[in-house]
Structures are given as structure tokens and as C-alpha cells.
Design a protein around this ligand. Structure first.
Ligand code: KIV
Length: 260
């Protein structure tokens, strides 16, 4: 399995690619096609049907990370720390260690800027690799009253830059920049020696990540501006399912060759 150095060494050399996965089946399809697979807490929405990412527990994240690790053997796997699972240093370290003890994940990811830098440092010091996540942080969407693009004013820009530097200093090996004005994401990317992974933050980030159900057109509750759909998955599956139903009703399935 790729390690964090594979990701780190790509900065300034080639773009880093990543996608989310929540199960072994899709992890196997995505494996080796992307640099890393994130078992994102976005599974709360696209897999669990919750309205936001707050509905998933650390036990569920571990369960899905185990499944993804069984499916993918080459790409680095990053497990997401769920909402409420890293409120203080000892709880954060305890839960981060679980990803290494109970799964084959190569790193964990957590949301938060300068205020979470000490937590990141504690986890790194215990020997678990950490990916940061700043900008639009879905775990804060409920308290902030929605999904807000960051980096629109000087205060926000300064906070993002200070946070990025604090996370790098704390030992994060990469940082997800989500929903940040492109020009600010460019400046942060140039400022850091570790890679930035963009989602809705423009083309200059060191890499890009998208949520699999968005990319393949399975999540159609809403489509953020930054999503590019590469497949109309829901429509294709519906069409195939309707063909199966039709074949059953008209007794075209199963044939003799499909029977014992
Ligand atoms: O949970 C997730 O899928 C994420 C990505 C959107 C970066 O955090």
C-alpha cells in the first residue's frame, strides 16, 4: 500500500488524485487508479441518508474503513475522524489510534484550523499520520447555518493562512482545502511545503478530491458547483433494473442456460 511519502513527494511534480469510498466493492474498483482513497464522513449523507455529515459515529467510520482496506491494496487509505470524535487531545489520540489498531488505513483526516493544531500534533506524536482539512468544513455546516465559501475577506484569508501554517507545523502531511476562493487556495498552496488537496478550491491545489457518489451521478439531492459528473450512475442503474424487472415479468429471465 502507498504511504504518505508517495503523496508528499508529488508536490510540485505531478497532481495528486483522490476519491472517496465507503465499501470494499468500490474501493477495489478505485484502487491504484488514484493516489489515495478517503473513507470520508460524507458517507453519512451519501451512504447513510443523513442530511449532513454529523450523523456518523467513530465506530461506523472504523467499520467502513475496514471494508475499504479489504478492497484496496495499493492506494493510500485515509480514514475520516467523525464529528465529536476529537474534541480534546486524549479523546482524539484514542480514536486516531483505533484507525491504526483496527484497520489498515495509512492516515486519518480531521477538520479544523489553528484551534485544532495541538490535537494534530498529539496524534502525530503518537505515530499516526494526519491530513488536515480547512476552509468549508462540513462538520461545522449546522452551527454556521449552511455551507459557506471561505476566503472572501481579509479576516478569513488570514485565518486560513495561519491555520494552514499551524497544521503544517503540527506535522500534518497534507491539507484538504475545501470551498476556498481559488486565488486564496493558490496562495496557501504556494506557501506550504506539504501538498494541498482541493475540493471546490480551484485548479492550483496540488491535487483534487471528489466524493464518489457525486462523480458517478449517484447522489442527486443537490449538485455543488465544483462537482463534475463523469457518469449518470443513477439513470444507468435504473435503466438496467427496469430491464431486469421487465425480463422477469415477461419470463425472459431466467433462460434454461441460467437455470440448474
Ligand atoms: O468526507 C468527505 O468526503 C470529505 C471530502 C469531501 C474531502 O471530507
Amino acid at each position: 500500500m502507498s504511504g504518505i511519502n508517495t503523496i508528499r513527494n508529488k508536490k510540485g511534480v505531478e497532481k495528486i488524485t483522490a476519491i472517496t469510498a465507503y465499501d470494499a466493492l468500490f474501493a477495489k474498483i478505485f484502487d491504484a487508479e488514484v493516489d489515495f482513497i478517503l473513507v470520508g464522513d460524507s458517507l453519512s449523507q451519501s451512504f447513510g441518508g443523513h442530511p449532513d455529515t454529523l450523523g456518523v459515529s467513530i465506530d461506523a467510520m472504523i467499520y467502513h474503513t475496514k471494508a475499504v482496506c479489504r478492497g484496496a491494496k495499493t492506494s493510500l487509505i485515509v480514514g475520516d475522524m467523525s464529528f465529536g470524535s476529537y474534541q480534546n487531545q486524549s479523546q482524539a489520540v484514542h480514536n486516531a489510534l483505533r484507525f491504526y489498531q483496527e484497520t489498515q488505513a495509512g492516515a486519518i483526516k480531521l477538520e479544523g484550523g489553528i484551534k485544532r493544531a495541538k490535537i494534530v500534533q498529539s496524534i502525530v506524536e503518537e505515530g499516526v499520520a494526519v491530513m488536515g482539512h480547512i476552509g468549508l468544513m462540513p462538520q461545522f455546516a449546522r452551527s454556521e447555518g449552511g455551507y459557506k465559501i471561505k476566503g472572501k475577506d481579509a479576516e478569513s484569508v488570514n485565518y486560513l493562512k495561519e491555520s494552514a501554517l499551524a497544521l503544517q507545523e503540527a506535522g500534518a502531511f497534507a491539507i484538504v482545502l475545501e470551498g476556498i476562493k481559488s486565488e486564496v487556495a493558490t496562495q496557501i498552496t504556494q506557501m506550504l511545503s506539504i501538498p494541498t488537496i482541493g475540493i471546490g478550491s480551484g485548479v492550483d491545489c496540488d491535487g483534487q478530491i471528489l466524493v464518489w457518489s457525486d462523480v458517478f451521478g449517484f447522489f442527486d439531492t443537490f449538485k455543488p458547483k465544483f462537482v463534475r459528473r463523469y457518469l449518470d450512475g443513477s439513470a444507468l442503474i435504473k435503466e438496467a433494473l427496469q430491464a431486469f424487472v421487465q425480463d422477469v415479468k415477461t419470463q425472459k429471465f431466467p433462460t434454461q442456460e441460467e437455470s440448474y
